[in-house]
Ligand binder design. Structure first.
Ligand code: TTP
Ligand code: MG
Length: 383
């Protein structure tokens, strides 16, 4: 059965969130910028600002020159995170197979779920309507049998669009488009392809695979398949974290063992609590120690048995700390602990089972108290 995949992307996301909160901004050239991390560049431009040549990543000074009448707004990330969470919740109401990509876009596999709406198009319209009704945001939706075609389609029908590429029409749809429209083909690859006389997706599709692979390696293989409308990637929830870590930088460098130990205990408690929340156990504990001169030591140990108990993680990390300080007893500026090689919780029967059971019960009780009364409500005094 042909798959039915939606790629849904909100239009001018940051700007639209601001416009939804302040309707006076609607229909005007509006620019959100001033990301503290990337000071001075455009993050999002309203569709009214785009004809002036303004696009994301452009210095704000240039945007101001191109469109002096534009309204400039500082980014309010909490607003975008909030809108994003609501957007994803709406999507999840329509299909459980959802793969968010960043804040304002997601893939949705709706195969089987569209029947209730008559057709996939109707389902897409229902999604767009809900998003608009609840968030006052418009979305563009691409519908296709695979991810790459759905993504290209949604970009092409912006803003507030809906474009369905019916099964069998994938190649015909992609073929005339500029090769830069293919996800994964950035400015550099586009230039390199131009040097090979390839400017459309169709031209890329008809070049022998060996040639593309020879020039672009693994990326070549992927873009060549995609250019041919072949993409069997599944819609998948993002992978679970492969490790959990916590670290702390001290306000003053220190070699005070009690102080280091107390901090390490706290970090281990946080990490093991997170493991228990995720119903995971760790097989590997890593200690990180950064000295005042910035020399950083990482030591790790593999546990005989996977665990998520504070006591096990802390004892292991403490042994690593003692070993590290024996070899280099100098003031430290940062200490951290990481657990990796995580596994699902497995019940293991062995001779110390009742001890482990007791420890687990204690840890669960402490988690409950901390969740209810805060992280400092209960402290362990010794192992
Ligand atoms: P995009 O979906 O790429 O852009 P957009 O939603 O503003 O516009 P479009 O209608 O073309 O989808 O990115 C989503 C948000 O991510 C965007 O609103 C702001 C942020 N962003 C940046 O902060 N910096 C960037 O360079 C880009 C591309 C996006
Ligand atoms: Mg967007």
């Amino acid at each position: 059965m042909a798959r039915c995949i939606f790629h849904i992307d909100l239009d001018a996301f940051f700007v639209s969130v601001e416009q939804a909160l302040d309707p006076k901004l609607k229909g005007k050239p509006v620019i959100v910028g001033g990301d503290p991390e990337r000071r001075g560049v455009v993050a999002s431009a309203s569709y009214e600002a785009r004809p002036f040549g303004i696009h994301a990543g452009m210095p704000l000074s240039k945007a101001r020159r191109l469109c002096p009448q534009a309204i400039f707004i500082q980014a309010n990330f909490h607003r975008y995170r909030d809108a994003s969470a609501k957007f994803m919740t709406i999507l999840a109401d329509f299909s459980p197979y959802i793969e968010p990509l960043g804040l304002d876009e997601a893939y949705l596999d709706v195969a089987g779920y569209e029947e209730a709406y008559g057709a996939s198009r109707q389902l897409a319209l229902a999604i767009k309507e809900r998003i608009y009704k609840e968030l006052r945001l418009t979305a563009s939706v691409g519908i296709a049998t695979c991810k790459v075609v759905a993504k290209v389609a949604s970009a092409l029908c912006k803003p507030n669009g809906l474009l369905e590429i019916t099964p069998g029409k994938e190649q015909a749809f992609l073929s005339p488009l500029p090769v830069g429209k293919l996800p994964g083909v950035g400015k550099k690859t586009e230039q390199a392809l131009k040097g090979m006389n390839i400017t459309t997706i169709g031209e890329l599709a008809s070049v022998p695979l060996e040639v593309v692979k020879g020039n672009f390696g693994a990326l070549g293989l992927v873009i060549h398949r995609h250019a041919n409308g072949i993409d069997d990637r599944k819609v998948e929830a993002p992978g679970e974290p492969k490790s959990i870590s916590q670290q702390i930088t001290f306000s003053q460098d220190t070699l005070d063992l009690h102080f280091l130990k107390a901090n390490l205990r706290k970090l281990c408690e946080e990490v093991s609590m997170e493991l228990r929340c995720q119903d995971k156990q760790t097989r590997c504990v890593t200690l990180k120690l950064r000295y005042a001169d910035f020399k950083t030591i990482s030591r790790q140990v593999t546990l005989k048995e996977a665990s998520n108990a504070n006591q096990v993680i802390f004892t292991t990390a403490l042994q690593l700390l003692n070993k590290t300080l024996t070899q280099r007893a100098k003031p430290a500026r940062l200490i951290g602990v990481k657990v990796s090689n995580l596994v699902g919780k497995e019940r293991q029967l062995h001779m110390f089972d009742s001890e482990i059971e007791k420890m687990e019960r204690l840890n669960r009780a402490m988690d409950q108290i901390r969740r209810k009364y805060g992280p400092t409500a209960i402290k362990t005094s010794k192992i």
